[in-house]
Design a protein around this ligand. Structure first.
Ligand code: ADP
Ligand code: MG
Length: 212
């Protein structure tokens, strides 16, 4: 048995076929360590350097837990910048190629809010956004997070460096308390420990150290 084969995980046949078609022949180290726990519903703090495949480490789990027949927001991914949110949304859409009719919506600042409200009214399963704009939608009542199942703080260290702590707290207060919370970061400063203590339950810490 190859321990890094995606086929060791409890994944749907469509997901396994899609991973193969994407050329993802093996899990990266952070995926191999975090996906079993994430798929089991645990809260996880995952620390690994840029380019190590963190997006799929949560994206696969988000897609596998989704109820596509329910057209409401079931997962929220917070990212520090618009560029990163676009990259994450693109990777989740690639991972969803064989999972039909999954709607991934990006909600970032720097563009007018009206069309985003229209998109939310039409329905989305997964929202990827930057903290400020997500807070705007919460304040307007255009984004409801009280029934989400999963919250991801991606590049959490950068979000804190950029001064988003207060916005993150506003988002946390609006989220379903029963959710799974995943925290991804390239570094593990004290701030991350504090935010984990505020938003996670019995988190498992996973760190993949770079060799260099
Ligand atoms: P990170 O968030 O850790 O910086 P990304 O999620 O952006 O990393 O992934 C980096 C690149 O690796 C992306 O181009 C992604 O498509 C690719 N990738 C992710 N997982 C795998 C895998 N298991 N096999 C091959 N390529 C992968
Ligand atoms: Mg990333």
């Amino acid at each position: 048995m190859n321990p890094t084969a995606f086929s060791n995980l409890p994944l749907s046949a469509d997901m396994l076929a899609n991973l193969e078609s994407l050329g993802y022949s093996e899990m990266t180290p952070i995926q191999a360590q975090s996906l079993p726990l994430v798929l089991a519903g645990r809260d996880v703090i995952a620390k690994a350097k840029t380019g190590s495949g963190k997006t799929a480490a949560f994206g696969i789990a988000l897609l596998e837990k989704l109820n596509v027949r329910f057209f409401g927001v079931q997962a929220l991914v917070l990212c520090p910048t618009r560029e990163l949110a676009d990259q994450v949304a693109k990777e989740i859409r690639r991972l969803a190629r064989l999972t039909h009719n999954v709607k991934v919506l990006t909600l970032c600042g720097g563009v007018s809010i009206g069309p985003q409200i229209g998109s939310l009214e039409r329905g989305a399963h997964i929202v990827v956004g930057t903290p400020g704009r997500i807070v705007d939608h919460i304040a307007k009542g255009t984004l409801k997070l009280d029934s989400i199942n999963q919250l991801v703080l991606d590049e959490a260290d950068r979000m804190l460096e950029m001064g988003f702590a207060e916005d993150i707290d506003t988002v946390l207060a609006a989220c379903n308390a029963e959710r799974q919370t995943l925290l991804f970061s390239a570094t593990y400063p004290d701030d991350i420990k504090k935010i984990s203590a505020r938003c996670q339950r019995d988190p498992q810490m996973i760190a993949v150290e770079s060799i260099h």
